[in-house]
Design a protein around this ligand. Sequence first.
Ligand SMILES: [Zn+2]
Length: 106
Amino acid sequence: MLNRAYPNDWRHISHHVRFELAEGQCENCGVRHRSINPLTGSIVYLSTAHLDRDTANNAPSNLMSLCQYCHLSYDRRDNIHTRRRRAVLRTNPIPLFPSEELAMYP
Ligand SMILES: [Zn+2]
């Protein structure tokens, strides 16, 4: 199970990754913070990605400075999987209580 909580010093860690280690660039496509992304035409804001999706794992090897486009692309597979899982649960909810489970199979 992934830990979704960020550490108290996350702002400092993220700043260190984006502006000291990556020197203000996306480590995937190379665009600079606050420049215009040539792919999207929008202003670049770097964020720090957890490569294994575990926000408790803040080892430098697990963190990467990414622009919005690359971060969304990196997370896209998880986001699509999450949307599909939620759609399935909406149409076929898992019974939370035994009585509901029994009611499903009269
Ligand atoms: Zn990028």
